[in-house]
Each structure stands twice: as C-alpha cells, then as structure tokens.
Design a binder for this molecule. Structure first.
Ligand SMILES: Cc1cc2nc3c(=O)[nH]c(=O)nc-3n(C[C@H](O)[C@H](O)[C@H](O)COP(=O)(O)OP(=O)(O)OC[C@H]3O[C@@H](n4cnc5c(N)ncnc54)[C@H](O)[C@@H]3O)c2cc1C
Length: 609
C-alpha cells in the first residue's frame, strides 16, 4: 500500500494544477493516472483560455457573460471565482513558460469566442491545451511530485455511515495496468478527483476513448450526488465521420457557416442576428440541426464551415492544426474548400457536486476540472471557460486538501439548505440490478481504522478483478455500444419525452446484460479488455443519471431542449438537478441556483445573441 498526504486521481490540466498547488502548501503529493500525464485529454484543447487581461475588459464582464451563457444556472460564487482568478492563473502559466501566441507589440494575443462580449480568449496557436499540459507537467517533474501512471483507479475508499455527510474518504484502490496487480493508495489529507469528461457515454464525441467518467461514477457510488448531469454540450463543429473537433477558434477568427443552398443561415434564417456564427454553442448546434432537419443540410447530415477568405498566411499562423485535422480525417483542404461539420458531444457541464473550494459532501474527497460541478457552467458552457476552470479550481482544491485556510464556502453540498425531493415517478426500474443494500453501494464499509478499511477494499477489488477474468459471459463492447446508441438517438441536442423514456428502458437492459459481463482476454499486462469492462460500468451509471435528469426537467434551458416545453421556466426550474445513489437506488432531488454574487445579483434575462 502506498501512502501520501494528498492523492490526485488524474493528470490532465486539473490534476496537474491541483498537485502543484498541494505541493506549494508543503504536502507530500502523488498523482495516480490511467494515462501518462501528457496523454490526458486536456492536450486536445485547441481554442483557448478565457481571462480578462486587458484594461478595457473586466472580470465582472466575464462573469456576466458566463452567467448569461449558463442560462442562469451557474452558481455566482463559483462563476465569480473563475473570472476573478483566471487572469492571475494565465499569467502564472506564462511565467512557467507557456508559449502563448503574441501580438506584434509582444502582448499575449486574445481572440473572440462564442458568447463573449470581449475578445478575451488567450491561446497558443490551435494547440492551447497541449502547451498547457506540457508546461504544467514540467513543473510537476521539476518539483519531484510522484506520478503513478498507467494505474486505473477502480474505486474510492470511503467509510459507509448512513448519511454521506458523515463519511470520510481515506484513499483509492487501483489496478496497475502494467503489472496486472491491485493496490491501495492511502491519502491522509485528501483525495482529489480530476478524471475529466464522460464523452464515451455517446457515440459521436470529440472526447477520447479514455473519457469514461470514472471519477464521477466512483464518487456517485460512494455517496456524492451527481449534479446537473442532463446538461451536455454538443459542439457545433465536429467532423462528421469521426467526431474530431474543429475549434471554435475558426469561427473566432471569422469562419462562416453555410447550408446546402450556400446561405449564411445563422443570419439569413434568424438564429442569431447579432452574433451569427459566434452565438453560444447550444444556439449554433440547434441551428445546424434545424437546417439539416428542414432539408437544407448537405448529404442530409452536415453543414459547411468556410475559412478560405481568412487567407493562407493567417490560417497557417493561427489555425494550422485545423488544416491537418480536416485533411487527415475528412480529406478536405481548408485552404481551398469548406470543411464539413456537424454537432457532436463535447463537454459535460454537470458532474461531481462540489463547492467553490472543490470539496464534496464527503470529508477528505475533492473534485476539480470537467468531472466536477461547482457550478460554473450551469446549463451551457462558454467556449474557453473549461481550461481556466481547470487551473482555478484545480489550484483551489489542491490548496484546501493540503490544509490551507480558505474560509467558509458559500455553496452548500449535500442535502443542506433549501433542497427539495423530485416529484417525478420513473416507469422503469433504475439503479442496481438484483440485491440492493451495502453490496450495491460500492462505497466501502466502516472499519476500525483507515488502514483496515483500505486493506478490506484492496481485497474486494482483487476479488472483482479475478472474478471478471475467470468467469464466462458477455463482452462489454456490445453493452457499451447499446448505451452509446440509445444516448445518441434519444438524449441528444433535441430531446422529447418518448425518446428519453426509451433511453431508460434501453439502459435497464444494458444494466441487466452487464451482470453477465466477462473479460475474454486473460492477460495480466496491458489488458485493455479488462479496463474497458470496468469503465463500461461507470458509463452505465452516468448515462442513467443523465437520462433521469433530462426526463424529469420539463423546460428548455441552455443545452437542454425539450419538445414538450420549448421555453425556459424560471418559476419552476431555476434549480440544480441532483442524483444520489443511495446504496443502489438512485434518488432525484433539487437545490436552488445561487444568483447573488459579490458583483451583483444576476437577474435572469431573455438570452439572445
Ligand atoms: C477536442 C477538445 C477541445 C477542447 N478545447 C477547449 C478549449 O479550447 N478551451 C477550453 O476552455 N476547453 C476546451 N475543451 C474542454 C477542456 O479541454 C476539457 O474540459 C479539459 O481539458 C478537461 O481537463 P481535465 O483535467 O478535467 O481532464 P483530462 O485532461 O481529460 O484528464 C483526465 C485525467 O484523469 C485520468 N483518469 C481518468 N479516469 C481515471 C481512472 N479511473 N484512474 C486513473 N486515472 C484516471 C486520465 O488518465 C487523465 O490523466 C476541449 C475539449 C475537447 C474534447
């Protein structure tokens, strides 16, 4: 068993920043990651990082844009922390050597991004995430922070008191992918989950195959609610055949969207008369699909994104990476022809419920980055707001876990304050199949001491691996495909009651099939069949919570469109959705959004661009 003060699970932007912050506070930190740090998906981020750096800009304007973008479901203390602290974090990255793109006068360049009232997106060509990841990994190496890479964390080690608010997290159990062994990591100070996105719940996604939402599912099974899971961002410009992203930076630089008739539909069909292509992502995605559904799409599937008019010099300077992606994956030469694009799953606004310090309801358990929901993005994230979230909230979680005094948080976690139970009755069974109770909780048991608890959990995890390897049964791949297909068909950009109910039925079948899952590859080293099988369980838990939240929310807010009620309903729905696992029985409840900030109260307004 390994022991450290702080154990960070995940080595993307959030995990690396959290580890550096904890180390700055004097903690002995370790990072445990299923991928080598620089293979983390942060490296795929292209467009940039929002930060109010110029005199003519302000964090207050950034906060206003973020809250409007969130369709008033962001929590003001988190939104304001993001906007206030992102400038100093960007400057910190620059001091660590991140090679930002620059103007002639030497200042860091900034470009416009969707939904922003000021061009405040800083970038490093079209490879911002790659540069950010490498810059922070250099710091991790320089500081001698221990990294255990190619360790797949299977579960959290958490005590099992009835009320999650009384539980404590003592560490994690993980599978060493290289050696095929299970071991434990005890964390005396705290565990920080920074496990990234969950795009593999869908089959057309910009996310990597490793983005299976493991941390969210682990925290959920240990008793932390998942928050606002129904709010999934579908990015308007992904390549049709693969889901590979074409950055919003293309539209930020002046790229134009056309339908089959050659119409600039964002203006000509009145979707966003002021901002056109640079409206918020949810608006542009719906516009594209409406064009396709009304017969104005190309090959009944996609629209065109044209950047030819920007000229070769500017494209090569600022968007060179995009040329390679379009050429390699679609055979399109962006210099001489438009690129085919359509909406694809891109980002999860929801995730592990935390406050603005990254704390969850369980003592000693934190979350930061895309797996967490503080909530900064509410019902829709603005492009360029995820990377600052990683560094601002990664740093905050790292500091807190290492014992830094940070004052009382304003955002409540767990069932405190004005929470209310959901009234919705699901027609289909949800949650664990078969016996419920402590065995379904996967959250551990109450043991005499932390070490005893860890030993018990390591043993349980070993038995699980041996069982998966020795039994005969169904392959995970067919179950995973069934989940992805139903989620893409029924819980996509446009959602309606019938389809959402269908998705829950299909997910039930998939859950039942998973009780018979087995691993056919017996190898002990680099057994990807085994890892994917464990990940598929996580995908199932997440997909179900997502579909439950989407079915119960009968309104149209941000990325969540409902056929039955095509308008925002602030009277009934200005609230966050939460799903708690409750020893195998998912329970839906709500808590109000916090709109009172330090700068102002963000009164909900009609959201137009
Ligand atoms: C193609 C693309 C482009 C984007 N462009 C931008 C942009 O320009 N600007 C912007 O603001 N946002 C952008 N985003 C969003 C943003 O990049 C992501 O939200 C962010 O990088 C996620 O960072 P993270 O640290 O939370 O997770 P990741 O970078 O995905 O890292 C997750 C880490 O967790 C580890 N992990 C996961 N599960 C386990 C497990 N079970 N055990 C051990 N380790 C585990 C992984 O190994 C990995 O190290 C983009 C997203 C995509 C997909």
């Amino acid at each position: 068993m390994h022991e450290h003060d702080v154990v960070v699970v995940g080595a993307g932007g959030a995990g690396l920043r959290a580890a550096i912050a904890a180390q700055e506070e004097g903690a002995d930190v370790a990072i445990v990651s299923k991928l080598h740090p620089v293979r983390s998906h942060t490296g795929a981020a292209e467009g940039g990082i929002n930060a109010a750096l110029r005199d003519a800009d302000s964090w207050e304007d950034h906060a206003y844009d973020t809250m409007k973008g969130s369709d008033y479901l962001g929590d003001a203390p988190a939104v304001e922390a993001l906007c206030k602290e992102s400038p100093e974090e960007v400057i910190q990255l620059e001091h660590w050597g991140m090679p930002f793109s620059r103007e002639e006068d030497g200042r860091v360049s900034q470009r416009p991004f969707g939904g922003l009232s000021f061009p405040r997106t800083t970038y490093a060509g079209a490879e911002t995430g790659h540069q950010m990841l490498h810059t922070m990994y250099e710091q991790v190496v320089k500081r001698g922070i221990t990294v255990y890479d190619e360790w797949h964390v299977m579960d959290l080690v958490v005590t099992d008191e009835d009320d999650p608010a009384d539980r404590t997290c003592h560490g994690v159990v993980a599978y060493d992918i290289q050696r095929g062994e299970v071991d434990g990591f005890r964390a005396t100070g705290g565990v920080i989950l920074a496990t990234g996105g969950m795009g593999q719940v869908f089959d057309h996604t910009t996310n990597a195959v490793a983005n299976t939402g493991d941390g969210v599912a682990m925290a959920y099974r240990a008793g932390v609610p998942m928050e606002d899971m129904e709010f999934i961002q579908f990015h308007p410009t992904t390549l049709p055949s693969t889901g590979v992203l074409i950055s919003e930076g293309v539209r930020g630089e002046g790229g134009i969207l056309y339908n089959e008739k050659g119409e600039r539909f964002m203006f000509e069909h009145g979707y966003a008369n002021n901002d056109g292509e640079l409206a918020s992502r949810d608006v542009v995605s719906r516009a594209e699909l409406t064009e396709v559904n009304e017969g104005r799409g190309i090959e009944d599937e996609y629209v065109h994104l044209d950047m030819r008019h920007l000229g070769e010099e500017r494209i090569l300077d600022r968007l060179e990476n995009i040329l390679h992606l379009a050429e390699d994956f679609e055979g399109a030469d962006g210099l001489t022809e438009p690129m085919p694009v359509k909406p694809g799953q891109h980002y999860a606004m929801g995730g592990i419920e935390t406050n603005e310090h990254g704390e969850t309801v369980i003592e000693g358990l934190y979350a930061a980055g895309e797996c967490a929901c503080a909530s900064v993005h509410g019902a829709n994230r603005l492009g360029g707001n995820a990377l600052p979230e990683l560094i601002v909230f990664g740093k905050r979680a790292g500091h807190h876990a290492a014992g830094k005094e940070m004052g009382e948080a304003e955002i409540p976690t767990g069932r405190t304050g004005d929470w209310e139970p959901a009234e919705y009755e699901f027609e289909v069974d949800v949650g664990a199949v078969g016996d419920r109770g402590p065995a379904a909780a996967d959250g551990g048991a109450v043991a005499a001491d932390a070490e005893g608890l860890l030993e018990a959990e390591i043993e349980r995890a070993r038995e699980r691996v041996e069982d998966l390897l020795s039994r005969k049964g169904r392959n995970h791949a067919e179950i995973r495909s069934a989940v992805q297909e139903t989620m893409t068909a029924n819980v996509n950009v446009f959602r309606e009651e019938e389809g959402l109910k269908q998705s829950l039925e299909d997910l039930r079948e998939a859950r039942e099939a998973y009780t018979e899952v087995a691993v056919s590859d017996p190898s002990r080293t680099f057994n990807t069949d085994l890892i994917h099988t464990m990940e598929t369980r996580n995908i199932l838990d997440i997909a179900e919570a997502l579909a439950m939240g989407a079915l119960a929310r009968r309104e149209f807010r941000g990325a969540h469109w409902r056929k039955e009620r095509q308008e925002r309903d602030d009277e009934n729905w200005l609230k966050h959705t939460l799903v708690s696992w409750n020893d195998g029985e998912p329970e839906l409840w709500y808590k109000p959004a916090i709109l009172e900030g330090e700068a102002k109260t963000y009164e909900p307004k009609v959201r137009s661009y």
